[in-house]
Design a protein around this ligand. Structure first.
Ligand SMILES: Nc1ncnc2c1ncn2[C@@H]1O[C@H](COP(=O)(O)OP(=O)(O)O)[C@@H](O)[C@H]1O
Ligand SMILES: [Mg+2]
Length: 257
């Protein structure tokens, strides 16, 4: 990464609010994402987690509040520019091209990032070479090198999700926003993804939206709990586990006593 590491939080959110007509989906959220940490956001369906992620990635405009990326105000920065500034996200739905190889998918992701116009096929070969290198590095980091030439459509569900993370890495993000990366995974696939997230902490700030509480409590360094659009608690897993507000509002006593 060209720039020196930022001393403060890599992403800093203050008073972030999103209204849909009369509904306030996200209300006055404050949050700091730090390099080297997995920051989980949990909450029941409709709590506002995905809306929050969409505002951080720039897909949705904030109704109020601010988002800073390594000290720079990006609140009104459009999504494509925000992505080029270091905000990467994986999607809840699959975004891979099934007919292309795993490596090609990663290369396209890297290239789309490098060139504002991905259809600009006339771009210099050197740029393609750089994209290929980034794609290869991303695959290695995501543990998919052995599958480089596999058609993406033939991967297992878990490997597809890994590929999505690799495609995100190919864009060289600093902040990684992951909305339910474990959805639909079996036990073994979950383990692999959790190990990957652990390993990605170094050099990234990770935001993880996840329903699997066992996974969250294992992998998260910090947890934010949302209820009806508002943050009701933020803390370490140990703090969240015993937080009386969280326990009554969200966590089942029986599961996390
Ligand atoms: N584009 C939209 N238009 C209107 N309401 C929306 C839109 N997106 C989300 N909402 C509403 O905002 C609330 C929060 O949704 P969401 O952020 O998807 O929650 P979560 O991801 O925590 O399940 C819900 O009540 C949802 O119906
Ligand atoms: Mg959601």
């Amino acid at each position: 990464m060209a720039e020196a590491l930022h001393p403060g939080p890599w992403m800093s959110v203050r008073g972030l609010t999103r209204r849909f007509g009369g509904l306030t989906a996200v209300q006055q959220v404050d949050m700091d994402l730090h390099e080297g940490e997995v920051h989980a956001v949990i909450g029941t369906n409709g709590a506002g987690k995905s809306t929050l992620v969409h505002m951080l990635s720039g897909e949705l405009a904030a109704s109020a509040g601010s988002i800073h990326l390594q000290g720079r105000d990006v609140t009104r920065m459009p999504q494509a520019q925000r992505a080029r500034s270091g905000v990467g996200r994986s999607y809840q739905r699959t975004t891979i091209f099934p007919e292309f190889s795993v490596l090609e998918n990663c290369r396209l992701a890297a290239q789309a990032q490098a060139a504002p116009r991905p259809w600009a096929l006339w771009q210099p070969a050197s740029r393609c070479e750089a994209s290929l290198q980034r794609a290869g590095a991303a695959l290695a980091r995501a543990g998919l090198t052995a599958h480089a030439d596999t058609l993406a459509g033939t991967l297992s569900h878990g490997a597809k999700r890994q590929l999505e993370v690799a495609m995100c890495l190919a864009t060289q993000p600093r902040v990684l926003l992951l909305d339910e990366p474990l959805a639909g995974m079996g036990a073994e696939e979950t383990e692999r993804m959790l190990a990957l997230l652990q390993q990605l902490k170094r050099g990234h700030a990770l935001l993880l939206v996840e329903h699997d509480m066992d996974a969250v409590f294992r992998v998260a360094d910090r947890i934010t709990v949302m209820v009806n659009g508002s943050v009701v608690a933020t803390g370490t897993p140990a703090q969240i586990r015993v937080d009386p507000v969280v326990r009554s509002a969200y966590l089942g006593e029986e599961n996390h006593a």
